[in-house]
Design a protein around this ligand. Structure first.
Ligand code: N01
Length: 525
């Protein structure tokens, strides 16, 4: 029997395999895709790139790797991140323990070990099961009447064809204006004959200001890596910068404007770090929100279109804030139309296009940038059976976990970046390394002490659920009612704020304390 089965060969699964091997453990990775890379294997849509900057959206565990790898742009594009992960798989000789094109359908714990069954009917047994399935890997395609009879082609951004899509001369409809839609729309508009954007919730977005990285900056990064990585681990969201200690409400309107303008010019997610109270005080948040709304008004020439693009229903950054390259400018093109589907909802997809309550919009290609069944979707797509039933039954009213890492009733299961962890609120590779390191240390502890079984207690899980709720309640995040953080984007999904909003550094300390106290909140046997 193997020590572990790891599900998924993205950032998490690759590193988990590497760490377990380092402990002398036997592990195999099962990956549904035909290649490694996870998110970056699937999300090949036009404009796909990371919103974290390349030099820190990367592994820190190997000094030679980070010294030798060269990123070409401030924000890495999908092919470059995929090439990086493929390089990691080769460099650390991981592929011999990775089975591609192998989708896991069920996993059952029988009191000793997990039996993992794949779509092909293969069965594998392992003492430990580690899910590395990602938080945003279960594509959410809305159930639109008539889609099956649509005469054109349609694609979800998270399942993009490897050969790409040629939009030349085509009328394209894009549904969704989240981070993905905001990245894809300007790029599609460059090629298509016409683009119709179906927008349900207007979004805040800040310019990315992408650019090639020059050699001087790269040399600085290489020299500074110890400090950069240390800083990433000290901050709330795994980025190598602190949130300002200053409150927006204490600054004058002129001072605020200057700070926001500087951050706007610098570009990127750092905009939300400009003041300390942006995510805790609605009054403070309104100042940032209004600054961005002013920028949208300035950018978009048609005042009616600009008005339709203004976000009003949620605080800035209470939904994951996108960053963009020419997004709002795209609405100045004659060949781009914005449809407000909150005002006139989509009724059906016809053979020729999309019909709303007000109009018919002919399209040849329909792009669903409609996001994911986030955090729980990838886990619940597998029939996971523990000692008292299935994970789907247990999570019927929303996910419950201990530290987002383990679930009571599911011994020897570890969920990398599971619901209840900071994960999606952070720079993912930083969170992933923290989780994998913790799990590896836990497995070593079990082995060194002759234990074969580890299980979170019900009490620890209840306490953690309260902590997750309270941490979110201290922020404005739950006020974004249409957020996927709350499961609001998937009809019928329980409305539970899923990630842990207490900050990555604080969370990592809590995890370390649990370990130091002999894995408090877990039963070891
Ligand atoms: O998905 P989303 P995404 N009819 O759920 C709309 C990460 N990411 O793929 O807001 C009409 O955010 C929906 O409307 P509403 C990042 O964490 C990272 O864009 O629900 N519209 C929304 O506008 C991000 O947050 C990078 O009202 C419908 C959009 O579709 C996460 O992935 C890059 C609809 C979905 O937005 C998900 O982003 C890209 C319907 N039936 C993404 N259903 C990086 O940089 C949904 N919508 C790493």
């Amino acid at each position: 029997m193997r020590d572990a089965v790891i599900i998924g060969a993205g950032f998490s699964g690759l590193y988990a395999l590497h760490r377990l091997r380092g402990l002398g453990m036997s592990a195999v990775v099962l990956e549904a895709g035909d290649g490694v890379g996870g998110t970056w294997y699937w999300n090949r849509y036009p404009g796909a790139r990371c919103d974290s900057e390349s030099y820190y959206y990367s592994y820190s565990f190997d000094e030679d790797l980070q010294q030798e790898w060269r990123w070409s742009e401030r924000y890495p594009a999908q092919p470059e991140i995929l090439a990086y992960l493929e390089h990691v798989a080769d460099r650390f000789d991981l592929r011999r323990d990775i089975r591609l094109s192998t989708r896991v359908t069920s996993t059952v714990f029988d009191d000793v070990a997990w039996t993992v069954t794949t779509e092909r009917g293969d069965e594998l047994r392992a003492r430990y099961l580690i899910t590395a399935v990602g938080c945003l890997s279960s594509a959410n395609v809305p159930d639109l009447p008539g889609l099956e009879d649509f005469g054109g082609e349609w694609y979800h951004t998270g399942r993009w064809p490897h050969e790409g899509v040629d939009f030349t001369g085509k009328r394209v409809g894009v549904i969704g204006t989240g981070s993905t839609g905001i990245q894809a729309i300007p790029v599609i508009a460059e090629q298509a004959a016409h683009v119709t954007v179906f927008q349900r919730t207007p979004n805040f977005s800040v310019p990315a200001r992408n650019a090639p990285l020059d050699e001087e900056f790269q040399a600085w990064v290489r020299a500074q890596y110890p400090e950069i990585r240390a800083l990433q681990r000290e901050t709330g969201n795994g980025h190598p910068f602190h949130v300002s200690s200053r409150n927006a409400v204490d600054a004058s309107p002129e001072q605020r404007r200057e700070v926001y303008e500087q951050a706007w010019q610098r570009g990127g997610l750092r905009f939300r770090a400009t003041f300390n109270d942006l995510l805790t005080s609605r009054e403070a948040n309104d100042t940032a929100a209004e600054f961005i709304r002013d920028k949208i008004r300035e950018t978009v020439r048609d005042p009616e279109v600009a008005e339709r693009l203004l976000p009003h229903d949620h605080p800035f950054a209470a939904k994951r804030p996108p960053i963009d390259t020419g997004y709002f400018e795209t609405y100045n093109r004659d060949d781009v139309t914005l449809v407000d589907v909150r005002k006139s909802p989509i009724v059906e997809v016809t053979r020729e296009g999309v019909r709303t309550t007000e109009d018919e919009h002919p399209v040849d290609v329909l792009v669903f940038a409609t996001g994911f069944d986030a955090m729980t979707g990838p886990l619940l797509a597998i029939d996971v059976r523990g000692t008292d039933g299935t994970l789907a039954e247990k999570w019927r009213d929303g996910p419950r976990s201990y530290l987002g890492l383990a679930v009571a009733g599911f011994p020897n299961l570890f969920t990398i970046t599971g619901p209840g962890s900071p994960s999606v609120l952070t720079n993912m590779p930083t969170s992933i390394e923290q989780h994998v390191d913790w799990i590896a240390d836990c497995l070593k502890h079990l082995r060194d002490h002759g234990f074969h079984r580890v299980e979170a207690t019900d009490q620890a899980e209840r306490d953690w659920a309260r902590e997750v709720r309270e941490a979110a309640g201290r922020t404005l995040l739950p006020q974004a009612e249409s957020s996927w953080y709350l499961g609001a984007n998937v009809p019928g999904k329980p409305r539970v704020f899923m990630p842990y909003a207490g900050g990555l550094a604080h969370y990592a300390r809590l995890c370390d304390d649990v370990a130091t106290r002999g894995y408090e909140g877990f039963q070891l046997a």
